[in-house]
Design a protein around this ligand. Structure first.
Ligand code: AMP
Ligand code: MG
Length: 289
């Protein structure tokens, strides 16, 4: 089993997670904005060094799944945390409304397609979890999927959660460390951010009238998140529920999780054996001459 970072935000593996007990605000006594910015700077520098070794090591992959309601800060957090990395060693994939081609396949297919290879950090901005979140809250999205829905639709969500759990176990056994983040934003903070998108011309493009509509389903989404996290937070693919109301705080938490994860994987530059060392020494001499 691959090691995973411990954290106060780790979602327990025993089905006891309650969404209403998971905070959206930083704990009292958290560092101020400037201290958080400095901490993020330190962590991203550390991440960059670790990533070099991770790429060279090439035995493991890291998959970070980011899920959240609208305006919780998925895009900004991914940008802030990955900013110092070698772009050749990471890949970010966003999953929106499925295309015709994607709907012609099983629901895992489109994500499987984008899994990171060994040595690469892959980030999923949304993922197969949309199939037990957005689709669960809006079962009419099932229509275009043309699947058979069991008489008791609850069975369908249980099947999907099982499929996801098993897929993630398979990934872990194949050398991919899977970390999953729920960036949990409060309803009032979301209202402010959506309003800011409407008011700021540079952010207007991000505004989607559906996001306001989706607020009516706030409780349904939280129920769906709770069930998904309970069913799929496991030692081989843990969930972390990170408070998202303070962006600086959230970014530091996410960066720290990534740093801790890579440190635990302990990537190493490949060792040379005696023959390789001798060969390189000869080549060095030849190049110098
Ligand atoms: P955005 O991340 O703002 O580009 O929005 C993407 C939208 O696609 C969100 O409203 C998601 O709920 C929606 N979405 C993502 N995956 C699915 C899916 N499998 N079925 C239906 N809607 C989805
Ligand atoms: Mg959006």
């Amino acid at each position: 089993m691959l090691p995973f970072p411990d954290s106060r935000w780790l979602v327990p593996f025993d089905d006891s997670f309650r969404h209403d007990r998971a905070p959206t605000e930083p704990p009292p006594g958290s560092p101020d904005e400037q201290a958080l910015e400095e901490e993020l700077e330190r962590l991203t520098e550390r991440l960059e060094k670790l990533q070099r070794r991770f790429r060279a090591d090439g035995r493991r992959a890291l998959l970070v799944i980011v899920q959240a309601l609208d305006a919780a800060g998925k895009d900004g957090t991914i940008r802030a945390v990955l900013r110092g990395l070698d772009p050749a060693g990471c890949q970010v994939t966003s999953f929106g409304v499925p295309s015709k081609e994607e709907l012609d396949h099983d629901f895992l297919w489109r994500c499987v397609h984008h899994l990171p290879p060994r040595g690469v950090i892959g980030v999923f901005n949304r993922s197969w979890y949309e199939e037990v979140l957005a689709v669960r809250v809006h079962p009419q999205f099932l229509g275009p999927q043309r699947i058979e829905v069991p008489e008791d639709p609850e069975e369908l969500w249980a099947w999907r959660l099982q499929a996801i759990r098993e897929q993630e176990l398979h990934l872990s056994r194949s050398g991919t460390l899977v970390l999953k983040l729920w960036l949990k934003v409060g309803k009032e903070e979301q209202r402010k951010r959506l309003l800011a998108r409407l008011e700021d011309p540079d952010r207007n493009w991000k505004f989607n009238a559906r996001d306001v509509e989706e607020r009516k389903h706030w409780d349904d989404y939280h129920e769906a998140f709770e069930q998904a996290l309970r069913a799929t937070s496991r030692p081989w693919a843990p969930w972390y529920c990170v408070p998202a109301d303070d962006k600086d705080y959230m970014r530091v938490q996410v960066a720290r999780l990534l740093v801790d994860a890579l440190e635990l994987l302990d990537p190493r530059y490949p060792d040379l054996d005696d023959a390789e060392r001798a060969e390189r020494s000869a080549l060095r001499k030849a190049l110098r001459a």
